[in-house]
Design a protein around this ligand. Structure first.
Ligand code: FAD
Length: 464
């Protein structure tokens, strides 16, 4: 019989989390409520404050925290929003404070939508890290790389990890191991090394490229918006531009391209790319702003999903979450919020153990639940990417084409009907399940709307 440590019942046990990115920190926050000790092992040396670091190269890029992410962070760390705002994050309501140019035109800004906080990715992560370290029993060991999983004596599960030490490999015993090591996860290789099953992987790649740069907001800058999202048109002009306010009186500007179209990293090339977005509003704003950083380019944005849920056998006491399990094309900003959702699912899975604290079967059940839950953001990101000619890894079949057709019509209605806009924007913020888009009044609005070829209306609809 498999040994079954009781974690949570009498609050004994040790959990090891691999990676101190957003997913790892959030999982550790949840685990702190169920076990005595949580050790987060991070390969990077962690900065004291909010600086980008090597292991999270996307930290230089624009990162929108969706409403769903903020709601979950607030539940996990009460007062989190106050802390983030206190550190300089800027409240931004979508669509009221943001000009959004969708394929069909400017989104109607009269919809109530949702409020979130805008900050750099390093600040969001540093704020979570600070709150995590206040929890009893939590340790973050930085500058330490996990190199392998340790198999349990009966070979059916894991009993910890191996880290690289100065004098060779060092074992760390754990009752539960959580892999949150991001897109570069080595769990599939480690499983193979233990003689375990090899999972399938789906990768859908539109070859999206990010180029981001920080600017100082010009003195006396006045506009009736705080942020800009100018979506490209997947057929004619794949250039997308984001401008978001962040701490320190700065804007972070992200210029996004696809299929080999990407912004250059020199000053002239970056601004020239901004001028070729579907509206001049972003280029005009940065023309008067002082650049505060180099342009940082980022590739490696494919949708990538490991199908752990399909494996017949799953090692006991192992959980994989965050980008290590499922990473999205980041254009729709779903990554951090999906990490929040995964942490909540882990919490629910640990609470549901019967008898209380029994870990048997937890990992396999968790991977199945996570896969079901992430099917929605996956469908959305992949559905959009499959519109790009040249996307590899899949094709839009009849169902997807029907959904794309329906979404096109809804987007048209969202340019002039705040009721449609509201539900649409709340679905984008992951506050609503995508099925909310099938409510009868939305179906009627979509049926009445007429598809547009992406004509840009002369200017954004004023706030109501
Ligand atoms: C260009 C870009 C833009 C994005 N924009 C957004 C956005 O607007 N909104 C949003 O919500 N999300 C966005 N994301 C996604 C978001 O960054 C991630 O989905 C989210 O942070 C969850 O990441 P993670 O913690 O799973 O992995 P990561 O952030 O990659 O963290 C993994 C951590 O594990 C560590 N590690 C790796 N291997 C080991 C090892 N063997 N031992 C110890 N430590 C290890 C790494 O050093 C790192 O610290 C974007 C991503 C990209 C690429």
């Amino acid at each position: 019989m498999t040994d079954a440590p009781a974690v949570g019942a009498a609050r004994t046990g040790h959990a090891v989390v691999v990676g101190a990115g957003m997913a790892g920190l959030l999982a550790a926050g949840v685990l702190a409520g169920h076990v005595d000790r949580v050790t987060v092992v991070e390969r990077d040396r962690l900065p004291d404050g909010a600086q980008p670091r090597r292991g999270v190269p996307q930290g230089w890029q624009v990162h929108a925290l969706l409403a769903r992410g903020l709601v979950g962070l607030e539940r996990l760390f009460p007062g989190f929003g106050r802390d983030l705002q206190g550190a300089g994050a800027v409240p931004v309501r979508l669509p009221g404070d943001v000009l959004v140019l969708g394929r069909a035109g400017w989104i109607d800004r009269r919809a109530p939508g949702w409020l979130s906080l805008s900050a750099s990715r390093p600040l969001i992560e540093a704020t979570v890290r600070r709150r995590l370290l206040e929890l009893p029993g939590v340790t973050v060991v930085d500058g330490c790389e996990v190199t392998a999983l340790r198999a349990s004596d009966d070979g059916r599960g894991v009993r910890g990890v191996v880290v690289r030490g100065d004098d060779g490999p060092v074992p760390i015993e754990a009752d539960l191991v959580v892999d949150a090591s991001g897109r570069g996860t080595r769990t599939p290789t480690w499983l193979a090394g233990l003689g375990g099953p090899v999972p399938d992987r789906t990768t859908v790649d539109a070859r999206i490229t990010y180029a981001s740069r920080f600017y100082r907001v010009p003195d006396g800058f006045a506009a009736d918006w705080r942020g800009l999202i100018l979506f490209g048109d997947q057929v004619d002009n794949p250039r997308t531009g984001y401008l978001y306010p962040v701490e320190g009186g700065r804007w972070v500007v992200g210029l996004i391209g696809a299929r080999g179209v990407h912004a250059a990293t020199d000053d002239a090339g970056f601004t020239a790319y901004a001028r070729r977005l579907r509206s001049p509003v972003l280029a005009e704003a940065i023309a008067a702003a002082e650049p505060l950083s180099d342009v940082h380019l980022h590739r490696g944005t494919s949708n990538q999903r490991w199908h752990y849920e399909r494996l017949r056998r799953w090692p006991e006491r192992l959980v994989v979450l965050g980008d290590a399990a499922c990473a999205f094309d980041p254009v729709y900003g779903q990554g951090m919020s999906s990490a929040v959702v995964a942490a909540e699912l882990l919490d629910a899975s640990l609470r549901a153990r019967r008898p209380r604290g029994d870990l048997r079967g937890l990992g396999s059940r968790f991977q199945r639940r996570l896969a079901r839950r992430l099917a929605e953001p996956w469908l959305f990101a992949v559905g959009e990417d499959l519109r790009f000619p040249g996307t590899t890894g899949g094709t839009a079949g009849p169902l997807r084409r029907t959904l794309q057709w329906y979404q096109d019509r809804l987007e048209v209605a969202a340019t002039y009907d705040p009721v449609v806009t509201d539900v649409y924007v709340r679905a984008l913020g992951m506050l609503e399940r995508p099925t909310a888009l099938l409510r009868p009044h939305l179906v009627r609005a979509a049926a009445r709307s007429r598809p547009s070829r992406g004509d840009v209306v002369p200017g954004p609809v004023p706030r109501g």
